[in-house]
Design a protein around this ligand. Structure first.
Ligand code: 57M
Length: 358
C-alpha cells in the first residue's frame, strides 16, 4: 500500500524514489513484522492465557512434555498477521505472486485455526480429521497452482539443482506437482513443530534463503549471470519472505525454550504452505528439499517409523518424529533444538551453493 501511495509522489519528493527498491521495502517489511510481533506478542499471550487457550499434551508422549500442559497455543495467528500486514504495506499489490502466496498462507492458516480451536474447545489433542485437513490443503494448493498455470507467463519446466541443462517440462502435470510441494511442505513443518523453537528456527533460515533466491530470480541481469530461471515479478516475494523472517524472529522471542507460547497448526500449516508456494513460484521446488532439509528429515522419520512398525512390527526410532528419538535418548531439549538449527544453516548454505555449482 505504501508503495502505491508514496512511490508515485517521487516526481515531487525525490526521496520517495527509494520506494521503488525491493531491497529497501524488504528491510522495512522485516522490521515492521518484528515490531508487530514484539508489540502484540505479550498482549496475545496474556489474552490466550485469560481465555484458557492452552495446549493439551498427548499422554503417550515423552514425560518431559507433561510440564508444558496449558502453554498458550495458536500463537501462529500473530505470525500470520505479522506476515500479511507488512506484505500489504510494503509490496507491490498488483503482483500476482504476492496474492497467490498470501492465499496459501491464509487458507492453510484458516484450516489450522479451525483445528486448533476444536482441540482447545474439546480439551484434547484431536482437532479436525487428518482427511479433512488434507482435503483443505489440497483445495487451496490447487487453486494456487491453477492461478499460476493460467497466469500465462508461468514456465512448467522443472529446475534440477546442480544440473543446469536438464529441465524436463512437466506441462499439465506441473499442477499436481506444485500441489504436492505445498501440501508436503506444510505437513513437514507441522510434524517438526514439537519442541520449543524447533520449527520456527529452520523456518527463519529457509525464509531468509528464499528471500535471496526470490530476489535473484526476479532480477533479470543477476538471473542471467547466474544462469537461473529469471522470473519477472518474483522479486516482490523477497518482501514477503522478509516479513516471514521478521515474524519468525518476533515469534521465536516468545517461543524459545522454555516456550511462553506455541504456534499451533494455524502457524505451522500456514508457514509450511507459504514456503512451498514461494519455492514453486521461484522454481526452486527441489532446492526446497535441501533448504528445508530438517522438515524433510522429520517427515521421513515418521514415514520410516510407520512403515517399519506396520510391516515388521519394529521401531527404527525410539519415537517419531525424530526429535522425540533424541529426547528419549536423554538429550536436553535445547541441545536438540540448537543442533537442528545448526544443521539448517549448513543446509541453507548447500542450497545457495546450487546457484554456482551447475
Ligand atoms: C503435530 N504437535 C505436537 C503445538 C504446535 C503420524 C504422527 C507421527 C503425527 C504426529 C503429529 O501429530 N504431529 C503433528 C505435532 C504438539 O504441539 C502442538 O501442535 C502444534 C503444531 N501442529 O504448535 O500447538 C506438542 O509438541 C510440543 N511442542 C513444544 N514446543 C513447541 O514450540 O514442546 C510444540 C511446539 C505440544 C508440545 O508438547 O503439545 C505433538 O507432538 O503433539 N504424532 C506425533 O508426533 C506422535 N508420535 C507418534 O505417535 N509416533 C509413533 C508413530 C509415528 C508410529 C511412534 O514413533 O511410535 C508423538 N507426539 C507426542 N508425543 N507429542 C507421540 C508422543
Amino acid at each position: 500500500m505504501l508503495y502505491h501511495l508514496l512511490y508515485p509522489l517521487h516526481t515531487e519528493y525525490s526521496v520517495l524514489y527509494v520506494f521503488r527498491y525491493i531491497t529497501f521495502r524488504t528491510i522495512y517489511a522485516t522490521i515492521t513484522a518484528l515490531l508487530i510481533s514484539f508489540i502484540l506478542g505479550p498482549w496475545l499471550i496474556a489474552t490466550l492465557q485469560k481465555m484458557q487457550i492452552g495446549q493439551s499434551i498427548r499422554k503417550v508422549g515423552p514425560e518431559s512434555h507433561f510440564v508444558k500442559e496449558g502453554t498458550p497455543t495458536m500463537g501462529g495467528a500473530l505470525i500470520l498477521l505479522a506476515i500479511i500486514m507488512p506484505t500489504l504495506l510494503w509490496a507491490d499489490l498488483s503482483n500476482l505472486y504476492i496474492w497467490i502466496t498470501l492465499l496459501v498462507a491464509a487458507g492453510y492458516g484458516a484450516i489450522g485455526f479451525i483445528d486448533d480451536y476444536l482441540k482447545v474447545v474439546r480439551k484434547n489433542s484431536d482437532g479436525i480429521s487428518a482427511r479433512q485437513k488434507l482435503l483443505g490443503q489440497i483445495f487451496f494448493a490447487t487453486v494456487a497452482a491453477l492461478m499460476l498455470y493460467f497466469s500465462g507467463t508461468f514456465d512448467t519446466t522443472l529446475s534440477l539443482p546442480f544440473l543446469k541443462n536438464v529441465r524436463p517440462d512437466l506441462g499439465l502435470f506441473y499442477i499436481p506437482f506444485a500441489v504436492l510441494v505445498m501440501v508436503g511442505s506444510s505437513n513437514a513443518v507441522n510434524l517438526t513443530d514439537g519442541l520449543d523453537g524447533l520449527a520456527i528456527g529452520p523456518m527463519i533460515i529457509a525464509a531468509a534463503t528464499f528471500l535471496l533466491l526470490a530476489y535473484l530470480a526476479g532480477n533479470a541481469k543477476l538471473a542471467e549471470y547466474l544462469q537461473i530461471n529469471g522470473i519477472s515479478g518474483a522479486g516482490e516475494l523477497a518482501i514477503l519472505c522478509g516479513a516471514m523472517v521478521g515474524a519468525g524472529l518476533g515469534f521465536l522471542w516468545f517461543n524459545t525454550y522454555p516456550a511462553q507460547v506455541f504456534m499451533g497448526d494455524v502457524g505451522s500449516l500456514s508457514l509450511g504452505g507459504a514456503l512451498g508456494a514461494v519455492a514453486v513460484i521461484t522454481k526452486n521446488e527441489l532446492v526446497l528439499v535441501i533448504v528445508g532439509g530438517i522438515f524433510v528429515i522429520e517427515a521421513l522419520s515418521v514415514i520410516v517409523q510407520v512403515i517399519s512398525f506396520r510391516y515388521w512390527g519394529r521401531r527404527v526410532f525410539r519415537m517419531a518424529p525424530i526429535h522425540h528419538h533424541f529426547e528419549l535418548k536423554g538429550w536436553p531439549e535445547p541441545k536438540i533444538i540448537v543442533r537442528f538449527w545448526i544443521i539448517s544453516i549448513i543446509l541453507a548454505l548447500v542450497a545457495l551453493s546450487t546457484l554456482k555449482l551447475r
